[in-house]
Design a protein around this ligand. Structure first.
Ligand SMILES: [Zn+2]
Ligand SMILES: [Zn+2]
Length: 284
């Protein structure tokens, strides 16, 4: 319950604030004889539904959890180096052995301490949606931020209009409350949106940015803003890893990442598959 509290609070604030706006402000504007607000209000409601849709998709989509491998023999563990180095586009990237999941984490993968899973293209763990943001749900998270920013700006502008055109203005208490909620939330949400636009431009995840993983101009994963954008938003959603073995009755796609693995394979549609990758053991 404690872990889910921010998610439940975010749902309540988002939905209840919009209901109050619809019941008081939007209804008054709908009946306005001074200006035809109906098309604007219809667009606003569509944006709100789109926001909710992406919010729940980000919250309930598997972010790219990698299926755990069985723990290997204790004798073998002694010889397992902590890191493997791979060369991706002439940049050395270290893969750390995950003791919880029993494999070398693929490039851009991190173990989330909140979910206790390794997540591919791990961006961060978002308490507000109670889920990791990773390869499979980043697009929903980004679209949610974009739609939520537009939703708040529209609600704020319409509420301010309603307050300004009433005489006396303080009669519009619901619109004032909604405007205050919008002012308090718009800055952190738009700040986060612009931060993720900058990350898209650099081709980095939040995790890579805050840990300064790649000093300037050494990020092997970026191909420019539009390519980075198309990789995330224009390709079909990657398949889930969890349940893959039982579904397909094939060896794990990540077997090469076990301590004994030698070769390196990635999913066919993985952007890294175009990179030349050499693997070597290292304890450094
Ligand atoms: Zn792990
Ligand atoms: Zn997580």
């Amino acid at each position: 319950m404690c872990k889910q509290f921010p998610f439940i609070a975010a749902c309540i604030v988002l939905i209840s604030a919009t209901v109050v706006f619809n019941v008081f402000t939007a209804r008054a504007l709908w009946q306005s004889k001074e200006f035809n607000f109906i098309p604007i209000l219809v667009i606003e409601e569509i944006v709100f539904l789109f926001t909710l849709l992406n919010f729940f998709q980000a919250a309930f989509t598997d972010p790219g959890v990698l299926q755990r491998e069985k723990a290997e023999d204790d004798q073998n563990d002694f010889h397992t180096p902590l890191f493997k180095a791979v060369i991706i586009r002439n940049v050395s990237v270290r893969l750390k052995y995950c003791d919880s999941c029993n494999f070398y984490r693929p490039p851009r993968t991190s173990h989330c301490s909140m979910c206790n899973n390794c997540v591919e293209n791990f961006d961060h763990h978002c308490p507000w949606i109670n889920n990791c943001i990773g390869r499979r749900n980043y697009r929903f998270f980004f679209t949610f931020l974009l739609a939520l920013s537009i939703h708040i700006l529209m609600v704020l502008a319409l509420s301010l209009y309603q307050i300004a055109t009433q005489d006396p203005p303080w009669k519009e208490i619901p619109s004032m409350v909604i405007a205050c909620v919008c002012v308090l939330t718009i800055f952190p949400i738009m700040g986060l949106l612009f931060f993720h636009i900058a990350l898209l431009k650099m081709g980095l995840t939040t995790n890579e940015q805050v840990t300064h993983k790649f000093p300037s101009n050494t990020n092997p994963y970026t191909n420019g803003f539009w390519h980075n954008f198309s990789v995330i938003f224009c390709r079909s959603k990657p398949l889930r890893y969890v349940g893959y073995k039982s579904l397909c009755k094939q060896p794990a796609r990540l077997k090469f990442l076990s301590s004994a693995g030698k070769d390196y394979q990635l999913q066919q549609d993985d952007t890294s598959s175009a990179y030349s990758i050499n693997v070597e053991n290292t304890n450094v």
